[in-house]
Design a protein around this ligand. Structure first.
Ligand code: LAC
Length: 417
């Protein structure tokens, strides 16, 4: 029997005695990640799909992130008894089902009404790490609680991606809340002193849809509403905290009134106004002093920066070019992995994101020295397709592809020999 599983009247029906005779219908699983991507491209509103898809400028690095993987060939070994393969991994001391984790992506409720809640539950069911964006549309407390509500033995591990704000109190507050609510690591993004130039967002006057908020800043949003009673819109939107939510009427007003050619993305304006462009290595020491959590630097592309990060005793180096959304024409992440691994060796863990669409891509990243890979856009594709189930399907699909790649390559575990 085929029915839409979210229809409330049928949920009642599913609870009665006939429930074991009816199967809850699901959308068909798609064959590969390209099909999930295509679904998002065909089904979300243009400003949303453009925001998720865009890379910076001419999107050279966006294409390169993907194009670089096939340039590495796998040379298989034969006759290796691949009847059992082991893909479990320990990441920051926690065992996960395989080295496929969830990267932070902002504004997930634009892809699906359950947004980050769905992703957090899928992370637990897949037994992996989810890194939550500072710019989430669900607050960090609700997100981790959703993940923790999934019964054992499923278990997710949650990291918090941090943007450092010009206003240090906001940064400190985010770190504190992440710590109190059970996150295990702070992932500091270090490649975004300003937002990269994403031309489709500029064309679309991209701003957060008005029914959504940047949920981690709700308290500031409320404050802004109180202030709004006493000020006209323009005054309100000029204060720091009031612009923390991109969707408040005042912010949209600012966005429109300040729009000039090349300055008409609300999120780009948000970064210019609020995010600290003065970070240095001293910031890393400051963060380490201000948290008991593990600290990971996301956005490293150079071996010398990786060496410096090791000197500052970080727990993880995340090789990333921010999904090719920041500085165009930087190299594909996979191209930098070997040289970074050479300097880091086993002094801390190494993660990589960018351009992964196949199990063979993951196999190559692990072979070249990554402890795990993180998926950004593919998670959004799954989320757009079918919420929590869609995210889980995307993760499982890549896991199956990884196992297949290993077996065909004559490889039974993920140890680099
Ligand atoms: C982006 C930021 C918000 O890439 O991470 O859009």
């Amino acid at each position: 029997m085929y029915f839409f599983y979210k229809a409330p009247h049928l949920a009642l029906f599913a609870n009665n005695k006939m429930s074991d005779k009816v199967s809850i219908s699901r959308k068909p699983k798609l064959i590969n990640l390209h099909e999930y991507e295509e679904y998002l491209q065909n089904n979300l509103p243009k400003p949303v799909r453009d925001y998720y898809h865009s890379g910076a400028n001419d999107m050279i690095t966006l294409r390169e992130n993907r194009a670089a993987f096939p340039r590495y060939a796998i040379i298989p070994r034969i006759l290796r008894d691949v009847s059992t393969v082991n893909i479990r991994r320990k990441i920051l001391g926690n065992e996960i089902s395989c080295p496929i984790c969830i990267a932070p992506t902002a504004l997930q409720k634009m892809a699906h009404p359950e947004g980050e809640l769905a992703t957090a539950r899928a992370a637990a069911r897949f037994n992996t790490v989810m890194a939550l964006s500072s710019l989430s549309t669900t607050c960090l407390e609700d997100t981790i609680n959703a993940g923790k509500s999934i019964p054992a033995p499923d278990q997710g591990f949650y990291w918090f991606q941090l943007y450092a704000y010009k206003n240090e109190e906001i940064t400190r507050d985010l770190i504190q809340r992440a710590e109190t609510s059970g996150y295990q690591a702070i992932v500091l993004t270090v490649d975004t002193p300003m937002l990269g130039r994403r031309e489709p967002d500029l064309r679309n006057y991209f701003s957060l849809p008005s029914h959504l908020i940047l949920a981690n800043f709700q308290k500031y949003y409320q404050k802004s509403l109180e202030n709004k009673k006493n000020h006209d819109e323009e005054t309100v939107c000029k204060t720091d905290t009031n612009t923390l939510t991109m969707n408040t009427r005042p912010t949209i007003a600012t966005h429109k009134t300040t729009a000039t050619p090349g300055n008409n993305s609300a999120i780009a304006n948000y970064f210019t106004l609020l995010i600290d462009d003065g970070l240095t290595w001293a910031t890393i020491d400051w963060i380490k002093r201000n948290t008991k959590l593990k600290v990971i630097l996301k956005g490293i592309l150079r071996p010398d920066d990786a060496a410096r990060a090791v000197e500052h005793a970080v727990d993880g180096i995340w090789i990333s070019n921010h999904g090719a959304r920041q500085l165009d024409t930087v190299p594909a992440t996979i191209e930098m992995l070997s040289s970074i691994k050479k300097v880091v060796r086993d002094k801390c863990e190494i993660y990589l994101d960018g351009g992964i669409t196949r199990g063979t891509d993951i196999f190559k990243a692990i072979a070249l020295g990554a402890n795990a890979v993180f998926l950004g856009r593919p998670v959004l594709w799954g989320l757009a397709y079918e919420g929590e189930e869609g995210v889980l399907d995307v993760l499982n699909l890549l896991k199956e592809e990884l196992v297949l790649a290993m077996k065909l390559a004559g490889c039974v575990d993920l140890k680099v020999r």
